[in-house]
Design a protein around this ligand. Structure first.
Ligand code: APR
Ligand code: PHB
Length: 392
């Protein structure tokens, strides 16, 4: 069979791309290795930038998000036993963020695609791509009955995340990989408890960073900095709460609301960018091309901006026979990717305790937090990056 754009991966990047293309009259097929139930169940962060909120609404997939999501107009930076708030709307011309879990975004996008006749092939196995540098790149896969199919495409979008097959299908030597590993991870919990704070709290403490986030009024998401090789079994619930109480303590005696912990995970932290985000007629988007540490909550939002930039370039190709935007795709996307990479690295560096760091380093971090929260210019830097920079 033939399609205009073959998309590998039904994560935020692939689904958004497919739906934006559909609204422009461009057809696509999405191949996803997991079942629908599985992709709708993966628990990931969910802080949507203003641009991502606007995009969901523009493409008609934002109704539930607007009803059930929580608009946050700021975050709290906690350090030196006190709280300083960064107010987004007053620093960014009215912008804010939405707390809405990634799996809910996925559910809404899958529904939007299927309701408008979209072609998503779940449980597609052994997906491979080839003839990437020809005008007819191809995808081969095995469906859930075991039958092998081939799809001839005009273009292929590699939206298959960090463990996908698209990036490794690009010949050796074409891509340059930029990577930074951080010497710590995050220990994340989900618990049944009421919200401890109206806004997310990013806490810098000598024992290490801690974050208070939320999923709903009765499910809370919290993290503390840990060793990348931390063992979950070493952390019974009471030890976890003790650590949170210590790292989140303020001079006014603040303590998190505790409840039954029903999920514990350790996540690694790294920054990775590959350049260029294109090889022949294969375009990479989202985590397939870059990974950020979770501190700035940028992963999902970068997937969304890549999808927007790529969709715009493909629309220019089909509607006006213009190839310039496709040729510029990688540079345009990478400008924003690197800014978000810088922001995530900066937030991570400012808020975490690095192994071996001395008192001097700690004082510098405190000075930076005092500067960022005490100066309008400093606060604006944080706020405008957090709510999302424009696509240039
Ligand atoms: N064949 C088919 N599908 C694949 C394959 C493959 N070989 N490999 C991976 N996939 C699918 C995955 O199952 C997943 O559903 O591609 C999808 C990739 O989705 P994500 O990993 O969510 O990546 P992306 O769409 O770029 O979104 C990035 O998601 O993982 C978070 O933190 C990340 O928030 C960021 C966002
Ligand atoms: C989350 O809720 O999982 C979350 C929120 C903010 C972050 C990272 C993760 O910066």
């Amino acid at each position: 069979m033939r399609t205009q754009v073959g998309i590998i991966g039904a994560g935020p990047a692939g689904l958004l791309l497919s739906h934006i293309l559909h609204l422009q009259g461009i057809e696509s097929v999405v191949l996803e290795r997991h079942s629908r139930d599985d992709v709708e169940a993966i628990i990931k962060a969910g802080v949507l930038e203003q641009g991502t909120i606007d995009l969901m609404n523009e493409i008609g997939a934002g109704e539930r998000m607007m009803k059930e999501g929580f608009r946050h107009e700021g975050i709290v930076l906690r350090f030196d036993g006190r709280d300083e708030r960064i107010d987004f709307p007053s620093l960014t011309g009215g912008k804010s963020v939405m707390i809405y879990a990634q799996h809910d975004v996925i559910k809404d996008l899958i529904k939007a695609r299927l309701d408008s006749g979209g072609d998503i092939r779940f449980e597609s196995k052994d997906v491979s791509v080839y003839d990437l540098d020809s005008t007819e790149p191809k995808i081969r896969y095995r469906d859930k009955e075991g039958v092998v199919h081939e799809i001839t495409c005009d273009f292929i979008a590699g939206c298959d995340g960090t463990q996908g097959i698209c990036r490794p299908s690009i010949p050796a030597g074409v891509l340059k990989v930029y990577e930074r590993l951080y010497p710590f991870g995050w220990f994340g919990i989900l618990c049944k408890a009421p919200t401890s704070s109206d806004e997310l709290i990013y806490s810098m403490h000598e024992r290490g960073f801690a974050l208070v986030s939320t999923r709903s009024p009765d499910i809370q998401r919290m993290y503390f900095q840990c060793s990348p090789t931390e063992k979950i079994d070493d952390w019974p619930d009471e030890r976890i709460w003790e650590e949170f109480r210590a790292r989140l303590a303020t001079k006014d005696g603040w303590a998190p609301k505790e409840g039954q912990i029903f999920s514990k995970t350790v996540i690694g932290m790294r920054s990775l960018v590959v350049e260029p985000m294109r090889y022949g007629r294969l375009f990479l988007a989202g985590d397939a091309a870059h990974v950020v540490p979770p501190t700035g909550a940028k992963g999902l939002n970068l997937a969304a901006s890549d999808a927007q930039i790529l969709a715009r370039a493909l629309a220019a190709h089909y509607q006006s026979k213009r190839s310039d935007l496709l040729d510029q795709y990688s540079d345009t996307a990478l400008r924003r990717v690197w800014k978000a990479t810088r922001f995530s690295w900066w937030m991570t560096s400012m808020l975490h305790t690095f192994p071996g760091a001395d008192e001097f380093q700690h004082r510098l971090q405190l000075a930076e937090l005092n500067y960022v929260t005490g100066s309008r210019a400093g606060s604006t830097t944080l706020a405008e990056n957090y709510v999302g920079l424009p696509i240039e």
